[in-house]
Design a protein around this ligand. Sequence first.
Ligand code: ALA
Length: 562
Amino acid sequence: MNQLFRRKQYSASEKPSGLLRVLGVWDIVFFGIAAIIGAGSFSSLGEAVFRGGPGVIILYIICGFACGFTALCYAEFASRIPTAGSAYTYAYASFGELIAWIIGWALIMEYSFGNIYVAFSWSDYFTSFMGRIGVHIPEFLTCSYPEAKKAFFGTSENQELLNAWKNAPIVGNLKIILDLPALVINGLITWLVYRGVRESKNFNNVLVLMKLAVIVLIILVGVAYVNVDNWMPINPTTQVASFMPNGFTGVMTAVSGVFFAYIGFDALSVLSEETKDPQKNLPRGMIISLVLCTVIYIILTLVLTGMVDYRKFDGVGDPLAFIFEKSNANLPWMELTVSFVAIIAITTVLLVFQMGQPRIWYAMSRDGLMPKKFMTIHPKYNTPSYATVITGIVVGIPILFTDKSFILDFTSIGTIFAFVLVCGGVLLLPAKKKLPGRFHMPYINSKIIFPIIFLGGLAFFYFWQPTFFQNLMDWRDPAEGEFRISMFFFIVINLVLCVLAFVKNLSLIPLMGLSSCLYLLTGMTHNNWFWFAVWFAIGLVIYFSYGYRNSKLQKELNGDLD
Ligand code: ALA
């Protein structure tokens, strides 16, 4: 049993030398914005607004907090483990091999599956941009088969998806519907990563400035078209005007889309060895980028929901251009500018993720948990070539068979799960000596504060929604039941955490990270959990049939390392 939790020791000698400490706090902020702002803000914001209405802003604030606490946990790990790494590396050192494998497996959901969603969003903007310059791509070549089918047989009013289903050519019995631009961009990005692209600070900064400039432009232009009545839409069933027309449950169903918009900040922790005075600059840079993104998301949501009734965002993949369409603000020049910049902004996120995945596999293969092939380095381009091609295939094939909302949920649940383990991991770390120049997470004793925050939150909920506790155990209603079961478990786990905080004087920041990420998981449906469990089970089968036996650590322990 102990074998499963064997930990990898990272010695000081593994510290990468030769990395220059050149990055200041604003460089970190720029890298943060480059990785964070992409498909989430340009695309999934539309679906999030459709589900939660203007009140989805509350969810952006909750996610901002959860990610802020988690970012500090990443920074703490990064300062302790000298090799630049990801959650996988950190877990190997703190939790041991099995959990490290599970995180590595979950990170495939963040990086590869995340990129499937990003590729779909890229395609949405590319298609609409082409349409605006007069090149019409047939609808059946711009969406996936399941998406069109779901729209046709469901209640969707999205004309593009309906047209795709109606007009698709038929071969044999099969309608030919595929997202061609998403497939092509995935192929191109894989090729670029295979050939080796270099991240350049200056180029990165130009792209970030472009992204920010267009967002500021959207806000400045859009504000003039805001109709404040749209912020208090009327619920068709109850006829009550509300900021949250579908209630708080409706807001929570948007969790995947909102959370997705924050993914990417975790990549910043790998910069700790290249940051000047990382003790100060790394956490500051991370927090500033998260605060900036949260503020941007809140303002964007306000503008979007003020300009257009939230119900119109059903199935809209390019919401920031959509608000300027003829049927909305009717500003063709804005539509064109936004779609063009979005294509570039989203491409940068595709690159970051497509480069990240092979490097995680490379690390896992080096530890013996994945076949040696994944360590293959291209003789000419010096890139992890085999792992890069496999990433291209893992991203490319599901583009044919999945729909966007499924993949969004799947990515978010896997990533939140990895964050939960990272925050939990920090709680398990022993206290460390303060070393000059290294980040050191401030220790705040949670003994009293955490129970006050949690129990206070429950009390607030009790007064705000008195029926909440009465109905908590009533799981019969399919719509509310799923939410209540998750809430029930969330409350039980947090009560246990309150006791642990009191008895063990746990550190407050990772505890808040853990608790807030667990809260985000309450927004996941049973369907998400089911597929997550299937994915998890496949991962365990692979670990026990391959990684467990071939682990380098295991071989070292047995003394039979070749
Ligand atoms: N946060 C990144 C994006 O929105 C993943 O594209």
